[in-house]
Design a protein around this ligand. Structure first.
Ligand code: CO
Length: 271
């Protein structure tokens, strides 16, 4: 899988080089996505709890951008979408605590991530993972480039890529003000919900041959990845989508999310 991706990427780069110096000159990346000064005075359009990394997040955009999208227009060129990342406050057992609305409670600032869309910005991104004209950058809370995150900026493109039909904006429902949380939580034997970056239940027990079905409740995509002698990956599931696996051999199987390795679960298969 990894090797295949590498080859795809190399071919795309070779193509860009062949296209000439104009392409190289046009390379746009994290350095071009400025720190959004004063973003916390913009409109907070969504809040997000993440169990996997015990974080609370706030999503911001300028009011005129939110207004345009809520009027049914496409996300305008020049749009800047910001995530402010905070550690979630925890109780004595290490469980994130919640406010009256169910949001985790803001702790230490951890970082700021930005996606910005400008006409022509996608041209220098390999076609295999281009996100329209969006570019990404990560910053420390005080506005310095997060070089480590920016060195792996391809990860942003890959995680947003399955959302091509919503202009690559994972939080589009929040931005447009359409009903969030519409995905239905599954129930019954072998049913696992994925919500707030948590597999629920984290440990699921089934009989050999019985189907386990995961349903994604989050806006974010997830991917069940069973670790063992050979890795078993389900397709990436988007909000409201489900994916299933069956195990014929009894045993205990640990799994993670292929996109968020801090998300962990366990499957126990009995006779
Ligand atoms: Co995930």
């Amino acid at each position: 899988m990894k090797l295949h991706r590498k080859i795809t990427y190399s071919v795309a780069v070779a193509g860009a080089v062949a296209a000439g110096a104009l392409m190289a000159q046009a390379t746009v990346g994290p350095k071009d996505v400025a720190f959004p000064q004063g973003f916390d005075k913009w409109q907070m359009y969504q809040q997000l709890n993440r169990h996997d990394v015990k974080q609370y997040r706030e999503l911001y955009a300028k009011p005129e951008i939110v207004k345009a999208v809520r009027e049914g227009k496409p996300v305008p060129n020049g749009a800047v979408l910001v995530i402010a990342i905070f550690a979630a406050q925890q109780d004595a057992d290490g469980k994130p605590t919640r406010d009256a609305k169910g949001n985790f409670i803001k702790g230490k600032p951890m970082g700021v991530t930005v996606m910005e869309k400008r006409a022509g910005w996608g041209a220098s991104v390999p076609a295999a993972w281009r996100n329209g004209d969006w570019q990404y950058a990560a910053y420390t809370p005080d506005g310095k480039p997060n070089e480590k995150a920016n060195a792996n900026i391809k990860g942003c493109f890959e995680c947003h890529l399955p959302h091509a039909q919503q202009d690559f904006v994972i939080s589009l429902a929040g931005l447009s003000g359409t009903a969030a949380g519409a995905a239905q939580r599954p129930s019954g034997p072998g049913a696992v919900a994925i919500a707030e970056f948590l597999f629920g239940p984290e440990k699921v027990s089934v009989k050999a041959g019985q189907t386990i079905t995961w349903t994604n409740i989050d806006d974010s995509p997830h991917q069940v990845t069973v670790q063992g002698a050979s890795t078993l990956r389900t397709p990436v599931v988007l909000k409201g989508q489900s994916t299933s696996l069956q195990f014929t051999e009894e045993g205990t199987y640990g799994y993670i999310c292929g996109l968020h390795p801090g998300m962990k679960g366990e499957i126990v298969v009995t006779k």
